[in-house]
Design a protein around this ligand. Sequence first.
Ligand code: PLP
Length: 420
Amino acid sequence: MWDSFHEKLSVVDPEVWEVVCGDLARQNDGINLIASESYPSRAVLQAAGSILTNKYAEGYSRKRYYGGCEFVDRCEDLAVERAKKLFGADHVNVQPHSGSQANMAVYMAMLDPGDTILGMDLSHGGHLTHGFKVSFSGKIYRGEKYFVSRETGQLDYSEVAAVAKETHPKLIVCGYSAYPRTIDFKAFREIADDVGAYLMADIAHIAGLVAAGVHPSPVEYADFITTTTHKTLCGPRGAIVMCRGEYAQAIDKSVFPGIQGGPFMHLIAARAVAFREAMKPEWKRMQENIVANSKTLASKMLELGFDLVSGGTDNHLMLADLRSKNLTGTVAEAALGEAGITLNKNTIPYDPEKPFVTSGVRIGTPCVTIRGMGGSEMDLIAGWINDVLNSPEDASVKKRVLDEVKVLCGKYPVYPKDEC
Ligand code: PLP
């Protein structure tokens, strides 16, 4: 055994330890409005950091290509059974390493190269893997696009139907990275049926809301449902694919051996923990609060004179259109970052700016809600955003907000400081 085998990280690698402690302080001391992030529980983190990372388990429960899988089989069974119960799905594959791989698994299972995928345009809220040119999904397949309405900023289902008729997709994707409104999965089913396409719902962003019944579920309507487990679901990094029973074998073969090797058993264990937590009434209440906080924050932002794409939100996020403030997303992201508020620049529909600059910011409430903040804190946050964005160059405003943010965050710690 080598000398430091039993030593702690802080002793073995102080440089990496410093990174962990630095980010712990950043997470505790700042306000995180990134809509795609969340804070998993300590139990989830413990499973994710467990010795299960050591285990090779290619294959599926009781059909492995390695010995010694009796414990990890149990853990994958738990994850599958709990996910099936949580979402009411026929079949669940819990092995995808990421949301992109979950989407790839569905495409590889059901499509041939050159087939058409119809998804929402990236700059309107779609994801790279929904057929965008720089991604495998737009290179191997033909990516066609639908858009939100220029007038309402919302999906226009008759317009989507018209694009589907024109483009003859083999698969239609609904579910987005930056869409603040409720998705009508039934309408998408009808559109898919009209053109004989498969329907895939990528609920990566809203999975927690769906699990809690705060957003309608696509289970009755979609052939395939993919989701990351690290966004509103509050689990570890990774993803799952859900499907109707008839596609179970094709999906499983597509994930392994199609596109992945050994599953990350430590993360599958952590997924199982997250699914168990998601069945608790207080977890569901927390999801309700995420949406309630989002609506409160949105109405306060509107009151303060911000333009929000679609005029508000139904879910955990909103998109602020900063053109009326003569600001780009890049400038806003940087100024708010200096004031202790982390969010991301984001294109708005029909954005005149380049994707690296953007005219908007995406604002999400999962993280602030998980740490216990409520309506009055949303009012404070909206006020701080307003103060900073009204004078993004003013160092004294940013310093004042940074100090106030720290005081508020001190009252709502995310993880105990003694971790470091
Ligand atoms: N699908 C949607 C809608 C997403 O928003 C994302 C990530 O942001 C993904 C898929 C991809 O997930 P990952 O980053 O795990 O590949």
